[in-house]
Ligand binder design. Sequence first.
Ligand code: IMP
Ligand code: MG
Length: 178
Amino acid sequence: MTDSKPNTLVSEEEIHKRVDEISRQINSDFEGKGTLVLVGVLKGAFIFLADLSRKLTIPHSIEFIAVSSYGTQGADSGAVRLLMDVREDLVGRHVLVVEDILDTGHTLDYLTTLLKARNPASLSTCVLVRKTDRVQVNVHIDYLGFDIPDVWVVGYGLDFAEKHRTLPYIGVVKSDSD
Ligand code: IMP
Ligand code: MG
């Protein structure tokens, strides 16, 4: 992998249009239900969460949770570890988990199991991109940005070894042979 500019997979315009559509859907689904708790999954979801939350017209609060997959990045062992928990009590609250990417599905499966055990009034999931061909665990996604092929994506919060997180679009890192 090189440091050269990643090829565009999903453009900035496409992302903004989709974030707009998703936020409108969330506004209408949670209208009149009190304060929605957005739980952003660090680090990758921070930009998506920031854009999404600023489009919401319903009352909402922002929490973060951090997890890590055991082993090296991209390893599919399925073991997930909690690194940082939310601060708020979620009992009786409407909770929306905001995640950057669904790859094997283990991370979101772990998180939904963990958060459901806290007896929220409802638990929904919002995922920016899903690697359709990689999913091993079926986790329900309520709001999905884009389905993408099995490629390593960066940008809009997503990284490759901490690089490219702040790219405004979702790109594919070029391999050295390109
Ligand atoms: P999971 O396999 O669905 O549990 O995803 C594990 C985590 O791997 C995701 O939350 C991301 O942080 C990371 N990940 C998986 N695929 C990519 C990718 O293409 N780019 C950047 N991060 C990824
Ligand atoms: Mg993630």
